[in-house]
Write a protein that binds this ligand. Structure first.
Ligand SMILES: [Zn+2]
Length: 370
């Protein structure tokens, strides 16, 4: 059987299949599996939802690799496949004594199971790691644009009108302001896009619990949060949120190359926008004793504008006026799914080959990090 076919095998079409595959791969690779059950939310078949955690190595390990999948719904199908490919590769069987590996599968299991970006409360987990005891970040531009980003009706006419209004806004305010508005998160419209919530969510609290329980002694943490939607089709796009030029940034450049870390091409010509509440910050804040070298790694699927329209459709399917027929709505949901995990076998095998390289580079870097 060729490597390509092996890579394709690591993908799943449903959350239930992905969690089964993840558990089986963990067992075969002789990891230890833990599960964190969601207290209320269920999958489309009414079955319970879990974050699964697979670990290798001892608790007192000082160096650890943490890899997360499923922060954003359908992107989880790609991150899950990357984690499964790592387990299937056999490298986890022979870790040095001071290195542990922790794979977190389906951080936002509701979004994963329902192929929707946000969680059961429409909260974007990757905007939820803020200090909720302080005043929430503002995003006035989002409030202006919300009616056009999220029209009640989604049809060619309403979309054309909304897009025209958005274009006029961009002409008046500039493309940088637009990119910032749609990327940095908003904390005021619970049914809107990129909603960061009013309180810490179950997924966020669970991640903090997982870090405390499985990585108590870590001093040096390698970290990958798998995503899709930004960057060139099938190619990795790195978002390293360490300060440019800091030791953590330079180490990320060593592991994954300067070109990869410094590339900002995923924003269609805009600079990288400021983000609020990222998982990356959440991990760093929860582990003040550790140096964290890591990145959000995206894989591109569609052009950015099309991807963004899929996010608008995703949101409309949950909160808009959806009076269309069920088959059509299911097709739209499937389209959202494939905008974040392509069904194309060539895309899938290319992505898994890249993902494996990125994971192995992190593991090698971590072993050499003294
Ligand atoms: Zn994402």
């Amino acid at each position: 059987m060729s490597e390509t076919i092996k890579g394709l095998d690591s993908f799943s079409e449903t959350y239930a299949a992905a969690k089964r595959k993840f558990s089986e791969a963990c067992e075969t690779a002789q990891g230890t599996l833990y599960s964190y059950r969601h207290p209320e939310a269920v999958d489309p078949d009414g079955e319970p939802l879990f974050i699964h955690v697979a670990t290798w190595g001892v608790l007192k390990a000082s160096n650890a690799l943490l890899i997360i999948s499923g922060t954003h719904g359908a992107e989880g199908y790609t991150g899950s496949a990357a984690q499964i490919a790592l387990m299937q590769s056999g490298v986890l069987a022979n870790l040095p004594e001071d290195v542990s590996v922790v794979l977190v599968h389906g951080l936002n299991p509701y979004g994963f199971a329902h192929s929707t970006r946000t969680n059961e409360n429409n909260v974007d987990i990757n905007r939820n790691f803020i200090d909720f005891s302080k005043p929430l970040p503002e995003n006035r531009a989002y409030l202006e644009l919300h009616p056009f980003l999220c029209p009640e009706q989604w049809n060619p006419q309403t979309k054309a009108e909304a897009d025209e209004a958005i274009e006029r806004w961009i002409e008046a305010n500039g493309r940088e302001a637009w990119t910032e508005c749609i990327m940095k998160g908003q904390y005021e419209v619970p049914s809107g896009l990129q909603y960061g919530g009013q309180a810490a969510q179950w997924s966020s609290d669970s991640l903090r619990e997982i870090l405390a329980k499985h990585l108590p002694a870590v001093k040096k943490l390698g970290f990958i949060d798998w995503h899709t939607g930004l960057g060139q089709p099938g190619e990795p796009f790195f978002l390293c949120f360490s300060e440019r030029g800091s030791p953590e940034w330079l180490r990320a450049c060593e592991w994954w190359s300067v070109q990869a870390i410094e590339n900002d091409d995923g924003y269609d010509g805009s600079d990288r926008p400021p983000y609020n509440g990222l998982v990356f910050y959440g991990v760093r804040d929860a582990m003040p004793q550790a140096a964290v070298t890591g990145a959000v790694v995206e894989f591109g699927v569609l052009p950015l504008k099309e991807t963004f329209d899929q996010l608008r459709i995703d949101r409309w399917l949950r909160f808009g006026d959806v009076s269309g027929d069920a088959v059509q709505l299911a097709q739209l949901r499937r389209q959202v799914h494939e905008a974040f995990t392509s069904a194309d076998p060539a895309w899938r095998s290319q992505v898994i080959a890249h993902a494996q390289q990125i994971q192995l580079a992190a593991l090698e870097g971590l072993k050499a990090w003294t």
